[in-house]
Each structure stands twice: as C-alpha cells, then as structure tokens.
Design a protein around this ligand. Sequence first.
Ligand code: NOJ
Length: 477
Amino acid sequence: MTDFLWGSATAAYQCEGAWHEEGKGLSIWDDYFHSDKCPAHVENGDTASDHYHKFEEDFKMMKEGGQNSYRFSFSWPRIMPDGTGKINPQGVAYYHKMIATMRQYGIEPNVTLYHWDLPLSLHKKGGWENIETAFAFAEYAKFCFHEFGDSVKLWATLNEPFYSLLCMYGSGNYPPNVKDAQRLLHAAYIQMYASALAANEFRKLENIGQLGIVADIHPCYGVDDSEACQFAVQMADHIMNNWVLDTAFKGYFPQQLLDELAKQYDLSFMKEEHRAIFDKGTLDFVGLNYYNRAYIRPYTTGESFVLVNNSGSKNSGIRETGKVKRMMVVKNMFEKIADPNGTFTEWDFEIYPKGIYDAVKMVQKKYGDLPIYITENGIGLHEKLINHTVDDTARISFMQRHIDELPKAKKEGVAVMGYYVWSTFDLYSWINGYDKRYGLVYVDFAHENKRYPKQSYVWYKNFINNWRELYETKYGH
Ligand code: NOJ
C-alpha cells in the first residue's frame, strides 16, 4: 500500500444500478421505491450511475486522475439475496471482477460492508430492531472476509450508523419512515452489536488486513461556556459521536449518556451477556465522514425533532423560533442550531473547514493513535454541464480548504492515512435524488450516463501530483 491514500468514494445503491440483475435480492430501498409507500415524484436508484456496467471506465478515469484508492460498498443483497443463507454466485463474481480491475489500475480497494441497503427479507423480520439481523450481518461479513480477504485489506463494518438511523427512525425520511426515539435507540444498539460481532469474526483470521467503521463525525461547539451549555455539548457529542466511536474503540457505550437516557427510555434491550462481544469487538481504524459541525445550545422547550433539508432550497431544514434557527432538538438535552454568522449550502450544510482538524484531533485525544481515514468529504451542488465540463469552483474551494487542515494535524502527530472525496462521479443522493451532485465527474443521467470530468477532477489530479512539495513548503515535512 502506498503511504497516503488519495481517493474518492461511492456506495453500492447510490451508483451501481442493476437493481434486479444477475440474482440480486431486494433491499429495503428497492422495496420502498417499487411500492405505493413512495410518492410518485421521488427518484430511485434503479439505474443510478450504471457503475455496475461502467466500472472499468470509472477506474480508468480515477487512475488518470492520480487517485490510488477507491472506497465503495458491497451490496449485501447482491451477495446474499435474503441477507442470510444462500449466496448469489453472480454477485460474488461481479465483485471479484471489479476488485481485480481496480487493482489493474493500481487502485487500492477500501470496502464498506453495509452502506444502508438492508436486505428486504431481514427488514420484514424487524430489520435493525431484531437481534437476528446482527447475527445475519456477522454471517455475511464472515463470508466476505473469507471470500475477498486475499484482495481487500481495508474493511469497514458500517457506514454512518448515527446519520442513517436518525433518518430511518428519527426524521423518518428514509425507509422504514419511522419517527420514534425508543425504536431508534434499539436499532442503534443492534447495529453496534452487529459491528462488534463482525469484528469478533475478523479476529479469528490472520493476515487479512484491517477492520474499521465509518462514522459521520460532528465536532460539537457550544454557543457559550455556561454550565448548561457544557452539559448540552456533552450530550450532543455522546449522541452524535461517542455512541458509535466509544463503542467501536473502547468497547462500550458512554455511561453518562446511558444514565440520562434511562430517565426517559427503556434500555432493557442492552443485555449484560452482550458485553463480552463489545469488549472483544473493538476495531483497528476509523473512517470519518466529515461534512459539517454541530453548533449547540442548551435545550429550551418543546418535543424532540430533527429536520433534514432534502429539497435543495435553503432553510427548509430549519425551524425558526424567534431569532433562533433550530435544526434538531433532543428534549432535556440539547438543541442544534444554525450559526447566524455561518455559511451554508443550499441543503443547509454549514461550510466549516476547521471542523475537520478539530475532528481528527478529538479522535486522537479520545482514542489514542488510531489510524484515521477521511472516508468522505465533499459538497453537494446544483450543477449544469457546459462545454462538456462543469466549472465547480465552489467544490474546488471546499476541497482545498478542508484538505489544507490535514497536514497541520499530521505534523502534530495525528495518524491521518488517507482522504476520499465524496463522490467519485455523480450518483444518486438518496431522498435528495439526482439534483444534488457531489461528483468529481459529471454523469449525464438523461443520456446513457455519459461521464464528463469536472474542473474539480482536474484540480484534484494536479493537487495529488504536487501535494508532497506543497506541504513541504508549507509545513516543512
Ligand atoms: C454520507 C453518506 O455516506 C452518503 O451515502 C451520502 O450520499 C453523503 N453523505 C452525502 O450526503
């Protein structure tokens, strides 16, 4: 492996397409979009970027763009159509071919086992609210470790447990479209148990590389230093970051949070007999998806809520109360608000580059010298193809400002090992559809998914070619 990984990332459901080809089973998303639960105007990932058929073209483009690693996910139902038991040989052959091709182009695979496409059969039996799903996940992970362990050296169990479950069971904008904090907590426990079970399987094998987890990281900043605000920040940090990271790297959930939660919720799903699995199930590296920070103030009033802007029109993810723009409230704990002086994207994501530095420093402080990969960082924009390219100066500036925070942290001893732009090419942005574009490469979804490198692709290529000298001049190493 080269010493620093510069790459880009995607996820199976968001780019593969081929939703019903070559023996693939259905996921919770396929079911949702092909049922009357889904409103007619909502776009789906049936074809997405057609990466299933175009992967070689994509790897060639990555190679020409100087990238040496690709973070992607396996589709669980493509490998195990029912989530457990029977294997789909065509799905397995597909991933073998894809990995062999990326290696031919000198690209290191970084595989995430679960990026939200839960097999439908498991969902029908309760999904992440049923402990059987955790056992099924461990079975699937074990199969993948054995099958692909020779060619994949970087593995992650789950992608963004906090954010995905928040959308599934908090804001309810992802299937199964539930708004119920009690159910959310239960699912969030089972997912972490699933990750720990998979890690226990991984430890039985030798020389198969490293296993991590990919977390959405939200460095939390208080509006002031008052005691009430410090408590709010602590609670926000526990819920958004430590629930996943403490469990993955220390082996158990943050006790202070459990004590607070126990005042409002039934935590009897947490079983003493699971503790040994969590204890032995800690991981080797952390993948951080950094998009924005959390600006926090103490809880004031009202029931818990969380808003998500899926429309791409500013302020639709915000509820104004007086002069305060609230984005998320957890009753009796904290409120996440929009900084009145902040800069925001059309999807209400604050642009805050220093947060990536604070995030990696925070991880080092809490968990020691863990290898850290920035597994996603990028900006969603409304874009148009003009003269076969996209002049995405806003993305270039976003990437430059974020990447620029990393050498300082590295110089201070933080083990940052790689950086992946989200995303390799334009893809399906879940409930946001296709208009929220993140790619380094434009995909013309209306015309056979033709690819056109954007200006950011060219910028990233030049940057990768020159980063050593650039950082030497700037940071002297
Ligand atoms: C994080 C997720 O991992 C990915 O699936 C999503 O599309 C990006 N964030 C952009 O919102």
